[in-house]
Design a protein around this ligand. Structure first.
Ligand SMILES: Nc1ncnc2c1ncn2[C@@H]1O[C@H](COP(=O)(O)OP(=O)(O)OP(=O)(O)O)[C@@H](O)[C@H]1O
Ligand SMILES: [Mg+2]
Length: 259
């Protein structure tokens, strides 16, 4: 559990379009890393390459290396489906399966991976995952009710429970709070703080306060103009990025002088 990620010279393409160029980054286990930067600079694109979700899009591919504890995720013979069970993902909008019960939602990823588990193991795993996502107390009396009956913040925590039920090493989150109210946002932020004890967490956020609150390291991405590739401009301790960045672009962005 909780593995390091080392990215070497990664170029990310959509067909002929080079969307993100030359990323080198080392992400420590048991830490939270925030990706920040203006819209279109490639944060989501880069995030999706960390669990091979990028290539789900037709003609999308990468050049370069993404190592998970020294194993190249893009090496020959690597099964992208297996990669996704090691590197889980939570999306911007909570996306529980609407007609599925809360419990079945939590177990959906485990069942997709083709694992057969007994009812008692399934119950235990559902409880453990819901507890891990700080949702257990709110749903324990309605596990067989549809996931769509939960509030937005609860649905997002349900999706986090679903992601951790497969016991990944890494948890990727793309703006997980952007559809949530401030109270639910704080609940997710508290949860991220706890999750980093067991996982490598990477979060994309447009909320600077959130990046400052939850992350140990921050990566600032930028883009020189429309049609140009995004670049990783600066990567450092979050306190350095926000208080003492080395690059002028980072300083302009974090101080709100961007654009
Ligand atoms: N499915 C796709 N096909 C082709 N180009 C895409 C696709 N998805 C994103 N892009 C392009 O890749 C670039 C990076 O987009 P991306 O969504 O990664 O940016 P982002 O930093 O996540 O932006 P935002 O903050 O708005 O979410 C953009 O130029 C975008 O138009
Ligand atoms: Mg995005």
């Amino acid at each position: 559990m909780s593995k390091r990620i080392d990215v070497h010279d990664l170029n990310i393409y959509y067909g002929d379009f080079l969307a993100v160029e030359g990323v080198n980054i080392n992400i420590e286990p048991k830490s939270v890393t925030a990706f920040i930067g203006p819209s279109g600079c490639g944060k989501s694109t880069f995030l999706r390459t960390l669990n091979r979700m990028h290539e789900v899009i037709p003609r999308a591919y990468v050049k370069g290396q993404v190592m998970l504890d020294g194993d190249d995720l893009y090496g020959p013979g690597v099964d992208p489906v297996a990669v996704r069970s090691h590197v889980g993902m939570v999306f911007q909008r909570p996306n529980p399966f609407p007609t599925m019960s809360i419990k079945d939602n939590v177990l959906a990823g485990v069942k997709l991976n083709g694992r057969k588990i007994s009812k008692s193991d399934a119950d235990a795993l559902a409880e453990q995952s819901l507890r891990g996502a700080n949702l257990w107390n709110e749903v324990k009396d309605r596990l067989n009710k549809p996931g769509s009956g939960l509030s937005g913040g609860q649905q997002q925590r349900l999706c986090i429970a679903r992601a951790i039920a497969v016991k990944p090493d890494v948890l990727l989150m793309d703006e997980p709070c952007s559809a949530l109210d401030p109270i639910s946002t704080l609940a997710i932020e508290d949860l991220i703080e706890e999750l980093k004890e067991n996982y490598t967490v990477v979060i994309v956020t447009h909320n600077m306060q959130q990046a400052a609150r939850v992350s140990d390291k921050t990566a600032f991405f930028n883009i020189a103009g429309t049609g140009k590739p995004g670049h990783l401009i600066e990567y450092d301790d979050t306190t350095t990025i926000f208080n003492n960045p080395k690059d002028k672009q980072t300083e302009d962005y974090v101080s709100g002088r961007f654009g």
